[in-house]
Design a binder for this molecule. Structure first.
Ligand SMILES: O=C(O)c1ccccc1N[C@@H]1O[C@H](COP(=O)(O)O)[C@@H](O)[C@H]1O
Length: 197
C-alpha cells in the first residue's frame, strides 16, 4: 500500500516529511483551506510525486500551478466534470478524481470518470470539501465495481491505518492529513514516523 501525505505548507516541514519517503506529497491549492499552499516547495527526492489538490479550479489556474510547482498529478476534489477531466487528460495531466462518501454511495457516479482519470480517491462527505478529519464507513467500498486503483482518505490516523490493513478491499494508497498535524498544514513528524504499512 502506498502513502500520500497531504496538506503540506511549510518548507522546513516539507523537507522533514520528505525524509520519511512517502510515495506522494499533497499541496492544497484551494484558497479557503487553512492548508492553502503558497510556499516555495523545496527540491524533493525524485521518488516522491507532487500532487496539487484543487476544488473546482479553472483550467488556467491548474495549469499555472502545475508549471509553478512542477506537479506530477492533480487531485480534483470538487464537482469537476468528466469533460473537464478529459481536457486535462488531453494535456497529459495525470488525475486523481476525489469523491465524497456519505452514509450511502452510488458507484454509478464514478462510471463516467473511468476513462478520463488515473486514480479514484474516496474521502468523507463533510462540511468542507476536504480535510474534515472524519472517516467514513469503508464497508461501502466492499462493492467497489472498478479495476482502477483508489486512494482512501478521510480522518485516517494510526488506529485507522491498522484497521485498513485488515480490510479485504484493494486500497492502492492511503492519504493522511489532519490526523498527523500539530496545526493546519504543519505535519507532526514524530507521529508520521509511526506509520507502518
Ligand atoms: O485538507 C484540506 O484542507 C483540503 C481542502 C480542500 C480539499 C481537500 C483537502 N484535503 C484533502 O482531504 C482529504 C482528507 O483529509 P483528512 O484526513 O480528513 O484531514 C485528504 O485527501 C486531503 O487531500
Amino acid at each position: 500500500m502506498k502513502l500520500k501525505i497531504c496538506g503540506m505548507k511549510y518548507p522546513g516541514n516539507i523537507q522533514q516529511t520528505a525524509q520519511l519517503q512517502p510515495d506522494y506529497l499533497g499541496f492544497i491549492f484551494y484558497q479557503k483551506s487553512a492548508r492553502y499552499c503558497t510556499a516555495e516547495i523545496p527540491k524533493l527526492p525524485q521518488t516522491i510525486e507532487k500532487v496539487g489538490v484543487f476544488v473546482n479550479a479553472s483550467l488556467d489556474d491548474i495549469l499555472a500551478k502545475i508549471k509553478q510547482y512542477d506537479l506530477q498529478l492533480v487531485q480534483l476534489h470538487g464537482a469537476e466534470t468528466p469533460e473537464f477531466c478529459l481536457l486535462l487528460k488531453y494535456l497529459n495531466i495525470r488525475i486523481i478524481k476525489a469523491f465524497a462518501v456519505g452514509d450511502y454511495f452510488d458507484f454509478d457516479d464514478i462510471l463516467p470518470y473511468e476513462e478520463v482519470c488515473d486514480y479514484f480517491l474516496f474521502d468523507t462527505k463533510g462540511k468542507k470539501p476536504g480535510g474534515n478529519g472524519i472517516a467514513f464507513n469503508w464497508q461501502l467500498l466492499d462493492h467497489y465495481p472498478s479495476q482502477k486503483p483508489f486512494f482512501l482518505s478521510g480522518g485516517i490516523g494510526l488506529t485507522e491505518i491498522e484497521k485498513i490493513k485488515t480490510l479485504k478491499i484493494p486500497v492502492y494508497a492511503i492519504d493522511v492529513n489532519s490526523k498527523f498535524e500539530s496545526g493546519p498544514g504543519l505535519k507532526n513528524i514524530q507521529s508520521l514516523q509511526k506509520i507502518q504499512l
